[in-house]
Design a protein around this ligand. Structure first.
Ligand code: NAD
Length: 499
């Protein structure tokens, strides 16, 4: 029994008319579980038209009313947390407890959005010159669009739509076609919370839907999260069409392990950060940089732990790591492990030939964790993002040469340093050319009231996401200079200056 996922336009589930469908897998089982409608240009245009029509009333709705709807939405998300996490887990393949954590991280953005009356406050200066007051306001942009990746089908749509909508915009969401059920359910809950029809629309689809959102003049801003080549394309296309655009891309996150670090703490942190969610996290640690002589000891400690990872169906509470999202992605990750071996790295744990399938899950997209030692910076398997359950170990003679690695890498999303030396940690956080840094914290995803964003090829555009960066992205300022004179004083031909 397979299911179908369509679109939500103007508050209603609308059947796809394009006749095109994508497959939705249950990666634990390895079979097609459902079909997702892939929207045509005209279907996306219909959603944009609906969002444009809803904008005048929604943007004029008081900010307190908007925040109350968001607060009700937040309550519904908590009430439906298990249901949402199950949808994530079944279509993505990450284990249920991790899926629940990702829903929680999304809800935290909604909690921030509840405070939108405070965040939208403008500035006011009275009497900047005699009898002249100046104030600024934050105004919404109009129709905004969101395009999200497969790996966080709850959290990333929740980074986007609630903040845009709280700011007074209307929204068209285009989730990943690989796991669309959770974002559709989230949109239904938003409607149940009292969001007027047309304010949030969800179109499912592929490149055709994305290209329509990037080029339609009625869309004023595009938020994108996904791989770097597509982020670059989305940024170039959206901005060429006059839109504001934030586009987050891929990653290769390094953890610097200093000689004074507690290796028990480090191996706990690395096993979770490299193999959690099967490494399909943009903040996963995929490279451990062993400084000085810690490399051999670290590799020795990690090897049995990687071999002992409990790998199984995503909804099995005993599983620590589930399958990869699709067979195609599984083969891509295995191909990178082959490449690392060809390039001369030492494969300490080979998860490619995984055999420990649970009964009934023999076709699942599983692989074991891979631990790859003696990696060097010239290897392609080091330069590229692998996005799977692989951890590469690089040796560095000293702190300086270790710290240079993430700085020189094309990606700059997240990094961490494990040390007991405060001076080294401070220096690292200060100098490293990476957007998010953890000190003895393996996955430094900022909390929702800070901003999230990488550097270099991990993000395109001037605006980060979350926190006040999201408020800045989804609003434009208007500055008003006012005075109420009582008598005419004659024309002034010189530019007015402060007196
Ligand atoms: P992806 O780039 O393949 O897809 C992302 C979105 O773009 C999807 O909605 C997809 O439908 C659309 N898309 C795909 N190909 C397209 C094309 N040719 N033209 C137009 N649109 C297209 O990414 P993914 O595989 O879904 O997600 C994994 C990637 O996302 C990884 O690289 C990961 O690092 C990255 N990611 C980054 C962050 C971050 O915050 N920096 C967060 C999560 C994931």
């Amino acid at each position: 029994m397979t299911y179908e996922v369509h679109h939500m336009i103007d508050g209603k589930i609308v059947e796809g008319k394009s006749g095109r469908f994508g497959d939705i897998y249950n990666p634990s089982v390895g079979e097609v579980a459902g079909k997702v409608a892939l929207a045509s240009k005209s279907e996306v245009e219909e959603a944009i038209a609906v969002a444009e029509a809803a904008f005048p009333e929604w943007s004029a709705t008081s900010v307190v009313t908007r925040s109350r709807i968001i607060a009700r939405f937040k309550e519904l998300l908590y009430e439906h947390m298990d249901e949402l996490a199950e949808l994530v887990s079944k279509e993505h393949g990450k284990v249920f407890s991790d899926a629940k954590g990702s829903v929680q991280r999304g809800i935290e953005v909604v909690e921030f959005a509840c405070g939108i009356p405070h965040a939208l406050k403008g500035e006011f200066s009275d009497n900047v010159a005699s009898g002249i007051d100046v104030y600024s306001m934050r105004k919404p942009l109009g129709v905004c669009a969101g395009i999200s990746p497969f790996n966080f089908p709850a959290m990333i749509p929740l980074w986007m739509a609630p903040m845009a909508i709280a700011c007074g915009n209307t929204f068209v969401m285009k989730p990943s076609e690989k796991d669309p059920s959770c974002p559709m359910r989230i949109a239904e809950l938003f409607k149940e919370a009292g969001l007027p029809d047309g304010v949030l629309n969800v179109v499912n689809g592929d490149k055709e839907a994305v290209d329509t959102l990037l080029t339609d003049p009625r869309v004023k801003a595009v938020s994108f999260v996904g791989s770097t080549p597509i982020a670059q394309y989305v940024y170039a296309t959206a901005t060429a069409h006059g839109k504001r655009c934030q586009a987050m891309g891929g990653a290769k996150n390094h953890m610097i392990v200093m000689p004074d670090a507690d290796l028990d703490l480090v191996s706990d942190a690395l096993v979770g950060a490299a193999y959690g969610s099967a490494g399909e996290r943009c903040m996963a640690i995929s490279v451990a940089v062993a400084v000085g002589n810690v490399g051999d000891e670290l590799a020795k400690m990690l090897k049995p732990r990687v071999e002992a990872l409990k790998i199984g169906p995503s909804m099995d509470p005993a599983s620590e790591m589930g399958p990869l999202v699709t067979r195609e992605h599984l083969n891509k990750v295995k191909g990178y492990v082959d490449l690392a071996v060809e390039e001369g790295a030492e494969l300490l744990v080979d998860g490619r030939a995984f055999k420990d399938y649970k009964q009934g899950y023999e076709n699942g997209f599983f692989m074991g964790g891979c631990l790859i030692d003696k990696v060097t910076p010239d290897m392609k398997s080091y330069k590229d993002e692998i996005f799977g359950p692989t951890l590469q170990i690089i040796r560095a003679d000293d702190f300086e040469s270790a710290a240079a690695l993430p700085t020189k890498h094309e990606y700059g999303n997240g990094t961490s340093i494990f040390t007991q030396n405060g001076r080294a940690a401070r220096e690292y956080a200060d100098k490293v050319e990476v957007g998010m840094v953890g000190i003895n914290v393996p996955i430094p995803v900022p909390v929702s009231f800070y901003t999230f964003g990488g550097w270099k090829n991990s993000a395109f555009g001037d605006h980060n996401t979350m926190g006040m960066a999201a408020v800045n992205f989804y609003t434009r300022t208007k500055t008003v200079t006012s005075r109420w004179p009582t008598v005419a004083t004659g024309a002034e031909f010189d530019i007015p200056t402060l007196k």
